[in-house]
Design a protein around this ligand. Structure first.
Ligand code: 13P
Ligand code: SF4
Length: 331
């Protein structure tokens, strides 16, 4: 017998009904499609979502993001059900770093601490000393002794940016984000010429050649904040285009120009989107909640090993945040 699907007009109310019935929380990354961002309980960048996942009291976490993010939620909540609308939602950074090659790399540098960007698999997290996100990487690295040798994986562009910011010489894994590495410098220059007053705001996953044009560099939450702090102004945006939905909602009087990708000579409108993030749809979200599948399952011993560097990040990051708040209130 064929499954009955709600009328698309009722999808939203059906998702909300299922959410109540299951005692679920819906977490969504800023790169998700607009409707998913609008129905989510919490939208955020990788750090905000990891924090919220570690604090939730819901029985079920529905993660609208990519697989490594849902894995993070499961690792922090081993007894909860974690659902991901499409299990094929991977990441080019994650796939650039196979666990056996990373193990050999670590073994070749036994005196190095391994710091991994959260955009990696649970198997890489399990071999890592400290996880970082683009929001907290610089502060966490700065907090370590200058003489500490470090391996940074898997994003060579974020790693290069951090080396420059912190004056370190971290050994970099050779991975990259396929969305951020393909923005077109030529199209960026054209946009800057057409809109000379626009701020160029960029995610540090972009190559240095693009970051050199940026007036502000930051994680997705940082880019959003920067735009909110400059209401009524213009911005050329070098990150995944899903963020524009929140930028326009939060800064309705501002104008945002997404930077085109270099594919198709800059003519490809959809190329500044992440095809993995966009695998999740409202229909798949509804179906995964109705059928409680696909569910993310990880071996218990892998979760234990992968949790240590994640907890370390959350603790270091919470400590830095409370110190910053204390300093600001004493100033
Ligand atoms: P942040 O969420 O840390 O900004 O990272 C962006 C990203 O590429 C997530 O996949
Ligand atoms: Fe991975 Fe890049 Fe997609 Fe983020 S935007 S999930 S880093 S491929």
């Amino acid at each position: 017998m064929s499954q009955r699907y709600p009328n698309p007009a009722n999808l939203e109310s059906e998702i909300l009904r299922l959410k109540r019935e299951m005692n679920a929380v819906i977490l969504a990354h800023y790169y998700q499609e607009d409707d998913i961002q609008d129905i989510a309980d919490i939208i955020g960048d990788s750090l905000e979502l990891a924090r919220k996942a570690s604090e939730t009291t819901a029985d079920v976490i529905v993660f609208c993001g990519v697989k490594f993010m849902a894995e993070g939620a499961k690792i922090l909540n081993p007894s909860k059900t974690v659902l991901l609308p499409d299990m094929a939602a991977g990441c080019s950074l994650e796939s650039s770093c196979p666990p056996d090659r990373f193990r050999a790399f670590r073994a070749a540098h036994p005196d190095h601490l391994a710091i991994s960007y959260i955009n990696c698999s649970a198997a890489i997290k399990a071999q890592t000393d400290i996880i970082v996100t683009s929001s907290n990487a610089e502060a966490i690295i700065q907090s370590l002794p200058q003489e500490q040798k470090i391996i940074f994986a898997p994003d060579r562009f974020l790693g290069g940016y951090l080396n420059k910011k912190t004056g370190r010489d971290m050994l970099l894994w050779d991975g990259s984000c396929m969305v951020h590495e393909r923005f077109s410098e030529k199209e960026l220059v054209k946009l800057k010429t057409r809109h000379p007053n626009a701020h160029v705001i960029a995610h540090p996953e972009c190559p240095e050649s693009l970051l050199n044009y940026a007036d502000y560099i930051g994680a997705t939450s940082g880019l959003l904040r920067f735009a909110e702090q400059h209401p009524g102004e213009e911005f050329i945006v070098l990150t995944e285009a899903g963020i524009l939905h929140q930028m326009k909602k939060r800064s309705p009087g501002s104008i945002f120009y997404p930077c085109p990708s270099a594919l198709d000579g800059g003519a490809c409108v959809g190329c500044n989107t992440c095809e993995y993030m966009k695998l999740n749809t409202m229909e798949k979200l509804y179906r995964c909640m109705r059928d409680r599948t696909p569910e993310l399952i990880l071996p218990p011993e892998l979760m234990v090993a992968a949790r240590r560097p994640l907890d370390r990040m959350l603790t270091m990051s919470a400590h830095m945040q409370s110190t910053a708040i204390a300093q600001a209130s004493n100033a």
